[in-house]
Design a protein around this ligand. Structure first.
Ligand code: WTA
Length: 651
């Protein structure tokens, strides 16, 4: 695997500060004890987490039922996610949290709202009653397509209260992408808004829902939050305003006592085929995993203000904007808009305004901030910060050092957290009071997690050799399958090696047992921390009438991590010119969403293929990134194709 080797020779080590370690939820002694317990039995360790961090209506009979690749955690137990996020903070010994801020929300135009645990508890019960009044029952699916406003969390929690699995679709996805997901999951109801604010402008959402629903007759009801005040069309009998329904809704709705394995949500993510996969997560194991990791890795204390900048439409938003912080009774910050609206210092002004103490963002954002200049953070009081986090892609050591110096003022530990939509919660990360950080490494596995780096034959490689990142043992937050497609679940994750979960990432351990993740080794690109399948973009391109064939690859980009490059063979008669290039970029944005818009479209009269007809992606990657083609090209069907690809593109 020549492509998987580490270019990083980072030597710096940042030990936990003694004062931080002393106050940490998990200090060095506790971590050592928990690691010993987990090494003896991961199940005993997770049972301890489940007892300490989650409230159950009924205990489990067995911690784990493992019939590879299908896991059941806390078998026979009953619980409820909204109960854990709300009720237990407004009753009993923690009843005082009723008046603690649960969600501190800032709209892009500068408006703000604070919902206490008492407020959120009331709103969620009311919306749960709205859902029931609309005929939503336990097991029915609800699609959520909303901006970053508190109602998105209310809608999700209300679903969990009655046992209706939700599927949140990121507001940046197109009407077509929304329709695909609604159809695949079989949603009966959609919660949306007229729109949201982004870069100073209202962005319409309801119009996309209307378009999506033209091909989705199974959706009987749409609930619309008024956010921007822009005009929308409301279809009689199907569409209703959130505020009208909430005004009528009864205030009380008891939480359903759900089986630990009851489906909690389905979240779509890109894979190596054209169709996104509906990743299924269930109740008790997921809740245990994200509640414990939030407590231990973000070291949340009663008086912390936690801000994870992810959109709730991604797994990071599910686990660490909504469920993890709320299950811990913490204050979670939500921001609606862009980081540079009205100016490039918006994030730092939010940190100063609310006294954010724990801040969690993505390397692509950090690299952008570096480019915008130190003067923007330096203008604001960031002294409330005490811990920083990173997620979504490998963080390059220079970005890590900048984050540490300019944002953390060399005081704040950094947790570089590796995980995936499929893993539900963080699997590899420093424990900030106990594990020394090395910039660029996500460091050591969480207790109970045992990643292995394997070669193509399934043998563990020796450090520091690279290979495929895998997991052999189940963990409570793991995906339970792909919605409606158990065969694809096996084939996607469990077929490369027998009884081993394949992450799709390349990685290596160093001599200290630190994990260095190098990025995807499958046909998935990581663009600004968002997963996009090459095949998805290809099928969007070939759906354009002027395109005969298309191949899409990623090339390294300083800012976004990966940039999308499309090689397109136009149909005979189509004019391969700048107009078509722009039309194709726009077409992909309309088909999938703006996040998938190719950075570059290159026209070619043929694509390089092997004799068996497979597109040679490695070669295209080399061409796209301007690397000399080192690959053996003897299997190329037509060598002249290679020459043409390298030739300057005049069109
Ligand atoms: C990448 C986001 C290196 C990785 C939570 C993974 C990372 C994919 C890190 C999952 C990290 C995420 N270091 N790479 N700290 N965090 N990744 O499903 O390639 O959107 O497979 O989940 O992001 O992306 P997803």
């Amino acid at each position: 695997m020549p492509e998987i080797h580490s270019l990083l020779l980072e030597k710096r080590v940042f030990k936990p500060d003694a004062a931080f370690a002393k106050q940490a939820n998990w200090g060095p002694k506790k971590v050592a004890e928990l690691r010993r317990l987990a090494a003896r039995s991961p199940e005993r360790f997770w049972e301890k987490m489940a007892r300490e961090h989650v409230s159950w209506f009924k205990p489990w009979r067995r911690a784990l039922d493992w019939k590879p690749p299908f896991a059941k955690w806390f078998v026979g137990a009953h619980t409820n996610v909204s109960y854990n996020c709300l009720d237990r903070h407004v009753t009993g010994e923690n009843a005082w949290r009723r008046n603690k801020a649960a969600i501190v929300w800032e709209g892009e135009p500068g408006d703000s709202r604070v919902l206490t645990y008492g407020d959120l508890h009331r709103e969620v019960q009311k919306f749960a009653n709205v859902l029931e009044a609309k005929g939503i029952k336990k097991g029915d699916r609800v699609a959520i397509y909303m901006p970053m406003i508190p109602e998105i969390a209310i809608a999700m929690l209300a679903c969990t209260r009655i046992g209706a699995p939700h599927t949140v679709v990121f507001g940046g996805f197109s009407a077509d992408s929304l329709r695909d997901r609604i159809l695949d999951v079989g949603a009966k109801l959609v919660v949306t808004a007229d729109g949201g604010f982004r870069r100073g402008k209202p962005i319409a959402l309801k119009a996309a829902v209307d378009e999506a629903l033209t091909g989705a007759p199974g959706v009987a009801s749409v609930v619309v939050v008024r956010r921007t005040g822009e005009p929308v069309s409301m279809r009689e009998g199907r569409d209703a305003w959130w505020h009208d329904l909430m005004a009528e809704a009864p205030a009380s709705c008891p939480p359903a006592k759900l089986d630990s394995e009851h489906p909690l949500f389905v979240l779509y993510t890109s894979g190596s085929t054209g169709k996104p996969k509906g990743i299924l997560h269930t109740t008790g194991g997921y809740l245990t995993h994200i509640t414990a990791t939030t407590h231990a890795i973000f070291d949340l204390k009663e008086d912390d203000t936690f801000w994870c900048t992810a959109d709730v439409g991604w797994v990071t938003g599910h686990s660490y904007v909504v469920y993890g912080p709320l299950a811990n009774g913490a204050t979670t910050v939500m921001y609606e808009g862009a980081p540079n609206e009205p100016g490039p210092d918006r994030f730092w002004s939010i940190i100063a305004k609310y006294g954010v103490s724990v801040f969690y963002t993505a390397p692509t954002a950090i690299r952008t901030f570096i480019r915008w200049g130190d003067e923007h953070p330096n203008r604001h009081d960031l002294s409330s910060l005490r811990l920083l986090g990173s997620v979504g892609e490998p963080i390059n050591p220079e970005a890590w050092i900048w984050y540490h110096r300019v944002i953390g003022k060399k005081r704040c530990p950094i947790v570089d957290t590796w995980w995936q939509t499929e893993t539900g919660g963080i699997l590899v990360s420093p424990l900030p009071g106990a594990v020394a950080a090395k910039p660029g490494s996500c460091t050591l596995p969480f207790p109970g997690i045992e990643p292995e780096v394997l070669d193509a034959e399934g043998r563990a490689v020796k450090a520091p050799q690279g290979g495929f990142l895998t997991l052999r043992k189940p963990w409570p937050g793991m995906l339970r399958g792909i919605w409606g497609d158990p065969a694809r679940y096996k084939e996607q994750y469990w077929s490369r090696y027998e009884k081993v979960y394949f992450t799709g990432d390349g990685a290596h351990f160093d001599k200290d047992g630190y994990l260095w993740v190098m990025g995807r080794v499958d046909d998935v690109m990581n663009v600004s921390g968002h997963r996009i399948g090459t095949m998805e973009v290809e099928s969007a391109l070939v759906s354009h009438p002027a395109v005969a064939e298309a191949a899409v690859v990623g090339r390294p980009d300083d800012l976004t991590g990966t940039a999308i490059v499309a090689f397109v063979t136009p149909k005979t008669g189509a004019h391969a010119n700048a107009n078509l290039r722009e039309a194709l970029r726009g077409h992909v944005a309309r088909e999938i969403g703006a996040l998938a818009r190719p950075a570059e479209v290159r026209f070619t009269d043929a694509l390089p293929k092997t004799r068996s007809g497979k597109i040679m992606r490695r070669l295209l990657r080399d061409v796209a990134s301007g690397r000399e083609t080192v690959q053996d090209t003897t299997t190329l069907e037509d060598l002249s194709v290679l020459a043409r690809l390298h030739a300057p593109d005049e069109a």
